[in-house]
Ligand binder design. Structure first.
Ligand code: SME
Length: 146
């Protein structure tokens, strides 16, 4: 297991899910250099709602299928967007963001929302980051399923 995933594992005994996600967003943001936003959109009543995050004020509601987050959620697919300006329908929360990675939070066939991370750098997220963050997202989804 990668270091970040192992650190997230140590949060598993945090009882409250909101507190758990708050610390996850802080740790993820702090661990990945050149990131300007890291946080969650959680699926409730047909929409993705802004969850715990680190970074600038962000949009509160995203419809499934909209933006990078809604697309990742709808397709149940990790999306590593090297240049967000080339992604049709990208929702610009922080104008400084140039690349973004979104990972759906899936456990037991259920998708609880997405983990979203932005960077001011183009092509910030590598293939290795994809593997690392997939592992992280799997642990987080497991907690949300409890
Ligand atoms: N850029 C995202 C919206 C969320 S912010 O990046 C925090 C999107 O296109 O879905």
């Amino acid at each position: 297991m990668n270091i970040l995933a192992r650190q997230i594992e140590t949060f598993m005994d945090i009882e409250d899910k909101l507190s758990f996600l708050c610390n996850c967003s802080a740790l993820i943001k702090e661990s990945l250099k050149d990131t300007n936003w890291a946080g969650f959109y959680l699926y409730q009543k047909g929409q993705l709602h802004l969850g715990p995050f680190q970074g600038k004020v962000a949009c509160i509601l995203i419809d499934p299928g909209k933006g990078v987050c809604g697309t990742s959620f709808e397709k149940k697919m990790l999306l590593n967007i090297k240049n967000v300006h080339l992604f049709e329908g990208h929702i610009a929360c922080d104008a400084a963001s140039n690349s973004e990675i979104v990972i759906p939070l899936i456990y037991g066939g259920r998708c609880f929302g997405v983990l979203d991370i932005d960077s001011e750098k183009y092509e910030r997220f590598t293939d290795e980051d994809e593997l690392t963050l997939q592992e992280v997202a799997d642990i987080i989804a497991k907690k949300l399923a409890q």
